[in-house]
Write a new protein. Structure first.
Length: 354
């Protein structure tokens, strides 16, 4: 049986609630009577709203406290940082420590998502010996293919952590918790804490790759650009890329200057209407949007401004090869800047460089 799980603090209660509403609306065959929320400080009023949504579909929410687990990890390993001021996302590598024993197959979804289709395929998917399944990160996948760094796990793929399908029976059998602790003991710099642990701690033989439609992230790019960007390093087939674009199951609204988050004004995503549809059906239907993300998080330096400018080019109807040349130039600039500054990005995600 497939169970659904979110892990949030109060700041993401609205987005998680809207995501859950879209999931339950598009998955009437969801079997369990409960949805799990790992609670990192959800306000009682927002709990009421979440409970209201679940009850609308004949479900109830089971709230779990992940703080004792992440607090203990943080106490032993102060280098394990929070993510955007909260440890909510950081529970993922240790999720077996908070989930009830009867949960074996668990779908974890980040709050910044809309579920636009059925996940029945995930409920029936044969995971074999795999402990977790997810989609491959294009950006980090490119870096691995270029041998810019190596993972402690020795993997040649890099899995994003926004949507994860756990087989907790296999996870516990393989004692993944100890693998995560081992990486924390080796690695000092943790830029993307949960994602970094998962990719450095779990060997590729225990991972299963999901189709890209289950974590569709390129919707802020112009339609002329996104297919070519998804295909450029042949990580996914033509058919999988087209399916993700035309029939996404989980739409992931990434943060940053891609301007993909529809709860901010000036969102550029061509999939923002799905969010607005479910927001209008939610208890937060009258809540205002946040200011534009570029206004809240302006570029801090020349490199930031260059990155923002490049991402803006991906949102315009330009021939892909021109944007590709711009991307290559940006990469060369980054490598030259690192050499001049005497720094290296090789230890960002993988093995520490002394």
């Amino acid at each position: 049986m497939l169970y659904l799980c979110y892990s949030i603090n109060d700041f993401y209660a609205r987005e998680a609630g809207i995501s859950m509403l879209s999931f339950l609306d598009n998955n009437p065959d969801y079997e369990p009577q409960e949805v799990f929320f790992i609670d990192y400080g959800i306000h009682p009023r927002n709990r009421e709203r979440l409970n209201e949504i679940a009850a609308r579909y004949g479900k109830h929410i089971t709230y779990l406290d992940g703080r004792p687990v992440t607090d203990e990890v943080k106490r032993k390993f102060p280098n394990y940082p929070s993510w955007k001021g909260s440890m909510a996302a950081c529970i993922k590598p240790f999720i077996d420590k908070v989930m009830p024993d009867y949960v074996e197959r668990l779908l974890y979804i980040d709050a910044d998502t809309i579920v636009a289709g059925s996940v029945a395929g995930l409920a029936k998917m044969d995971m074999g010996e795999a402990v977790v399944a997810g989609t491959i990160s294009n950006v980090e996948g490119i870096k691995l293919q270029r041998h810019e760094y190596e993972l402690y796990s020795g993997n040649h793929i890099y899995m994003g952590s926004g949507v994860l399908l756990f087989n907790l029976k296999n996870w516990r059998r393989e004692n993944i918790y100890e693998r995560m602790i081992d990486v924390l003991g080796k690695k000092k710099h943790l830029r993307l804490p949960d994602q970094m642990l998962i990719n450095n701690g779990i060997p590729e033989r225990l991972m299963k790759v999901l189709p890209q439609k289950y974590n569709y992230v390129h919707h802020s790019y112009h339609p002329w650009q996104e297919y070519h960007w998804m295909r450029q390093f042949r990580i996914y087939s033509k058919e999988e890329c087209r399916e993700a674009i035309n029939h996404p199951v989980i739409i992931h609204y990434l943060t940053g200057w891609v301007l993909a988050r529809p709860w901010h004004e000036d969102c550029r995503s061509h999939r923002k209407e799905e969010y607005y549809h479910y927001k209008a059906l939610s208890p937060w239907k009258d809540s205002p949007l946040y200011p534009p993300i570029q206004q809240m998080y302006p570029p801090k330096n020349r490199e930031d401004r260059l990155n923002q400018w490049f991402l803006m080019q991906m949102m315009k109807p330009r021939p892909f090869f021109l944007v590709w040349l711009l991307f290559q130039a940006l990469c060369v600039y980054g490598r030259i800047a690192c050499k001049i500054q005497g720094t290296s990005s090789h230890s960002e995600e993988g093995i520490e460089v002394e």
